[in-house]
Each structure stands twice: as structure tokens, then as C-alpha cells.
Design a protein around this ligand. Sequence first.
Ligand code: PAF
Length: 282
Amino acid sequence: MEIIQSPSDMTSWSNRMIVDGGKIALVPTMGYFHDGHLALMKRAREECDLLVVSLFVNPIQFGPNEDLDKYPRDFEGDAAKVEQVGSDVLFAPDASAMYRSPLTRVVVSGLTETLCGSDRPRHFEGVTTVVAKLFHIVKPHVAVFGEKDFQQLAVIRRMVGDLNWDISIVGHPIVREHDGLAMSSRNMYLSSEERKKALSLSSALAFARGRVQAGCLDAEELIAEISTRFFSEIDEVQVDYISIINSEDLSPQQKISENSQLAIAAKVGKTRLIDNCRLFEE
Ligand code: PAF
């Protein structure tokens, strides 16, 4: 596996591979890999003959009071894991190479002001800007993203469609711990008490799916039930939102239907966690 740091070296590598008929899959990441990341990489491996994993803790998607400085990092450990998956390249630029004095941002309006965007005002423009840059630098044919960041995936799909990019965006299902907690690099911030409380997110999703199966199709009623049953009496768990939305345009829904997605964000202690699911069985 090659470790490439310079964006222009990365592009030269991709150009050489593409001239030879290679098809490139990209998995963009911020590192500190867990099994969820590895599942994305394995999925990407199946999609194309060449795999590039990017590792870049993107400063412009963090707000001023967020965890950029303490975001977990383990370059050596990450590189070993990427190598084991059989990646061809680990692309790990540093911030000065990615952003010299940037004046340009890529903004997907409409989908980014709600849900996580209402609490994290410039977060998604940071994500779309860096993903657009990674797409230009790496030139992938396929890019794989996790469905845990459900809004992010919808925003990226929209960006790619709106800008006529010939890149196929693949969403990979959420990978969970044995007890249901969605895997996330931020889970490492949780104390053991908080770790137990964090289960209220995945338990709420499972409960909601059961209620829909039993015939509850009223979004407001279901949200009220979830919030009373799972979040009203737990200290240190503060809900940011519980929303039932259309899975493509993220618009709020009154009546639950085939394309309804339930999305939850909550702070457990100081750690902000998100989770989501389709409400109807697939
Ligand atoms: O999902 C993430 O880890 C990040 O938002 C991404 C897509 C790598 C962009 O920095």
C-alpha cells in the first residue's frame, strides 16, 4: 500500500491508473477506524479494482466549540488497518496542503439547514467542500459513505447529482456494537455510565419500528411516545432532535410511509451522537 500525502501526487497516481483502465473506489474518512469504517472499505473493495482510503480530519466541518482538537487520532494504527483491508492507497494530506487560503465553499442549500445543520450551522458546507475536493483530487468512479451520517449521505448524493458528477455514491448500512449502539469514533468519549445511556438511541429506533409494524403511522404521536419513553427521564441525555422525514429530500412527514426515516441526535454527557433507521421493514 502506498501512503500519499500530497494532493498533486494523489492526482498523478489516479491519472496513471485511469489511463490503464483502472476503476477507483474512494472511502473518505477522518480516521480512528472501527469496524464500521472497515466495512465501508471492504464494500468499496468489491465495487472497484482499486481502493483509495482518505484520512483527513477536516477542520472546516467543525464548529468553534466542537471537538476538532481532541478528535481521536491514531495514524499508525489506522494505516495498519487500511493495509490489512488491502487498500492500494492511504491518502493522508495535511490541512495546509488541502487548504491554502480558501475562499471557495461548496454549499448544498435546502438539505443542510435542518436536523444536524440547525445545531451545526456551517458543518455541511465543510463536508461538501472537502468531499468535492477529494473527488477532484482522487477522481473516483465510486465513493462509499456510511448510512449513520444519513443527512450527510443525502447532501452528498444531491451535490453529485446537481453538479453532474459521474461518480456512483454507495451508502453502506450502519454497523452496530453487539448491544445495538451505532459504531462511531466519538463513542470513545463515553464513560461506562454514558455508554449505557447512549443505548437509548438505538432502543428508541427499535421501539419505533415495532410501533410502525403494529400500525402506528402518525409521526407526531410516535415522536411523542419515543421522547417520553426513552428520553424524558434520563439524566445527561439531551435530545437535539427526533424527526421523521422523507429519506430523500429530508422534509418532515406527518404520515409515516414507505420512505420514512427516523433520525435522532442527542448529547450523552458532552458527546453528540446520531442514529437513524428506515421505519418500514426492508
Ligand atoms: O463522515 C466523515 O467522516 C466525514 O464527514 C467525511 C465524509 C470524511 C468528510 O470529512
